[in-house]
Design a protein around this ligand. Structure first.
Ligand SMILES: Cc1ncc(COP(=O)(O)O)c(C=O)c1O
Length: 403
């Protein structure tokens, strides 16, 4: 067996399951989950209908590069969304079957594990696929702690000087999971300068890019930042997805875009790996990328939920509206409980699931930057989100009275 499989960490939800295994939740209350970050709004009817009416596509093998129509549609979407003059559909875009597999497969393509000292730098807290991808590519993951004083941007200035020359790949997540933070143009300037100096590749995970709160201020994208800073896409690849944007996590549809030289090697890898997108899914994806009405409606539904829930929770926890995404990243220190205790007791007393922040991070520089925080995904119905918030308020007030 591949010995590196033993290096993989249990997934955060496995840890949560183990934590809850001995707990009997309050049976008087129906369960509510703010735990899993899975979009729950209904899939728009036109996407379902397009998928259903394009099943003829099942009769042929798809090409790994996807259809020209899909790549053109994605390139045009990137140009519109990020104000870019031209994205070449032939060389700068590839469809992928969800950003998760692509984030994983990309490390297998980019990392030279034969050098023996390869490092992959990840944000901390982070989406666990980055770590597993690094480990199975033969690299060691290292972590840049998010800095709450700088809107949770990873503190790259605290990475030791002897680490940088060994970094082959850097994962960035903006808007971030779980913090919701969006990197600024200055953050990107710093990252590009480091990449120019040390030669590492940047994988920019942007799967939450279309969930934000102010229609006039969409999150800055990495390709957009590169363009604004007068650069090309060298050593930069972004990962995007329909899962959250269009409420189709089961469709498995996304794209990667950026550095043509990297994408050409990634296409070679994918040809062997077998990452081609189902032709019917390609047709449904074209319909989804070409429509923004449903995306605006989806955002509006999140805005209503965050408008209702955030002020309620801010009365009892240190929590604020994130830049983007569908998570609240709350500091629970005020309750006197750790994040794990908070999640366990909230589940027991209020039958409500939240994810302990320390499960989403690793200890680095002597701290776990997720400690004392919990992640709450506002993916349930507005009624459930409001009821969940009411239960958290009641729980925290009870804690305060008991103190
Ligand atoms: C940060 C982040 N990246 C990537 C993904 C993968 O999304 P998908 O594979 O559905 O595109 C997720 C899903 O939860 C995520 O939270």
């Amino acid at each position: 067996m591949n010995p590196r499989l033993d290096l993989l960490q249990p997934y955060p939800f496995e840890k949560l399951k183990a934590l809850f295994a001995q707990i009997r939740p309050n049976a008087a209350l129906p369960p509510i989950s703010f735990g899993i970050g899975e979009p729950k709004h209904p899939t728009p009817a036109f996407i379902r209908d397009t998928l259903a009416s394009s099943l003829a596509g099942l009769a042929s093998y798809p090409s790994t590069a996807g259809s020209e129509a899909l790549r053109q549609c994605i390139a045009a979407w990137i140009e519109r969304r990020y104000g870019l003059p031209r994205v070449d559909p032939a060389t700068e875009v590839l469809p992928v079957t969800g950003s998760r597999e692509a984030l994983f497969a990309f490390a297998q393509t980019v990392v030279d594990g034969t050098r023996g000292d390869a490092l992959v730098l990840c944000p901390n807290p982070f989406y666990q696929i980055y770590e597993g991808a690094a480990l199975l590519a033969g690299a060691t993951p290292v972590f840049a702690n998010s800095d709450p004083a700088r809107n949770f941007a990873p503190a790259f200035d605290r990475i030791a000087a002897d680490v940088w020359p060994r970094v082959q790949l850097l994962y960035v997540c903006s808007p971030g999971n779980p913090t919701g933070a969006v990197l600024s143009l200055d953050d990107w300037r710093q990252l590009f300068a480091l990449s120019d100096l040390h030669g590492f590749v940047i994988a920019a995970d942007e799967c939450y890019s279309e969930i934000y709160f102010d229609e006039a201020r969409p999150p800055l994208g990495a390709l957009e930042a590169a363009h604004k800073l007068g650069r090309g896409f060298e050593r930069l690849v972004v990962f995007s997805s329909l899962s959250k944007r269009s409420n189709v996590p089961g469709l498995r549809s996304g794209f990667v875009a950026g550095d043509a030289a990297l994408l050409s090697r990634f296409l070679l890898y994918r040809t062997y790996h077998g990452g081609a997108m189902n032709p019917s899914v390609q047709t449904a994806s074209i319909a989804a990328w070409n429509d923004e009405v449903h995306v605006r409606e989806n955002r509006a539904a999140y805005v209503r939920k965050f408008d209702q829930v955030t002020p309620m929770l801010a009365e009892v926890l240190d929590v604020a509206l994130p830049d983007a995404g569908f998570y609240l990243w709350a500091d629970v220190s005020r309750t006197g409980l750790s994040d794990v205790e908070f999640a366990a007791r909230l589940y027991a007393e209020q039958h409500l699931t939240v994810l302990p922040g320390s499960y989403l991070a690793r200890e680095a520089d002597g701290i776990n930057p997720g400690a004392n925080r919990v992640r709450m995904a506002l993916v349930a119905t507005p009624e459930e989100c409001a009821e969940g918030a009411r239960r958290i308020v009641e729980f925290c007030r009870g804690m305060a009275r008991a103190a």
